[in-house]
Design a protein around this ligand. Structure first.
Ligand code: 5GP
Length: 194
């Protein structure tokens, strides 16, 4: 099967800065759209409170990541705040071939790679209503150590500027109200995959 199966129609990328509410949106979309399946990424970052191995991510070490990367097992990869992240390719291809909608929550560098390989994918960037709201959400989640939190906040402006300038994203959704954002994302997905 080619990596560009169907040009990536049915593949949905959700990106946005840390703390913007991507996971809440993705979880709600998965609950409400029966065709949707979640792409479980692999990462070298340590588990955080609330993470479930094999569900949120496959948590693997650097050697395993490098082996799989060298073996062409990832659709895309990126380094984010010092850790590796990658999307395992076979489950995505199998789900798309079966007519499912695949939801991937990945950062901007990975989205660029997928946009190149799968031009018919749907790429949505979630924006915070204000910069302050990001800081409050990240602090409230109490999952990152102080330096990780600062690193994630520092990345946000660059990610947002890149998302706007790169032309990679066809859709921008401001996450002011979670329910409204979920409805907008569902609407985009249904229009692009019907
Ligand atoms: P977190 O550590 O908060 O779970 O994720 C950090 C960042 O990595 C988020 O922006 C998330 O969307 C992104 N991410 C998660 N999995 C992947 C992946 O497989 N590939 C890429 N490129 N980014 C990912």
């Amino acid at each position: 099967m080619s990596s560009s199966a169907g040009g990536g129609r049915g593949l949905v990328i959700i990106s946005g800065p840390s703390g913007v509410g991507k996971s809440s949106i993705c979880n709600a979309v998965l609950e409400r759209e029966p065709r949707a399946v979640w792409s479980v990424s692999a990462t070298t970052r340590p588990m955080r409170p609330g993470d479930q191995a094999g569900v949120s991510y496959e948590f693997i070490d650097g050697d395993a990541f490098s082996r799989r990367e060298a073996g062409g097992q990832f659709l895309e990869t990126a380094v984010y705040c010092g850790y590796h992240y990658g999307t395992p390719r076979p489950p995505v291809e199998q789900a798309l071939a079966a007519g499912r909608i695949v939801i991937m929550e990945i950062e901007v560098q990975g989205a660029v790679q997928v946009a190149g390989k799968m031009p018919r994918s749907t790429r949505i960037f979630i924006l915070p209503p204000t910069a302050e709201s990001l800081r409050l959400r990240l602090e409230g989640r109490k999952s990152e150590r102080e330096e990780q939190l600062a690193a994630r906040l520092a990345k946000a402006d660059g990610e947002i500027a890149f998302a706007r300038d790169s032309g990679v994203y066809q859709h921008f959704v401001v996450n002011d109200d979670l329910e409204e954002s979920v409805l907008r994302v569902l609407d985009i997905i249904r229009r692009e995959t019907e």
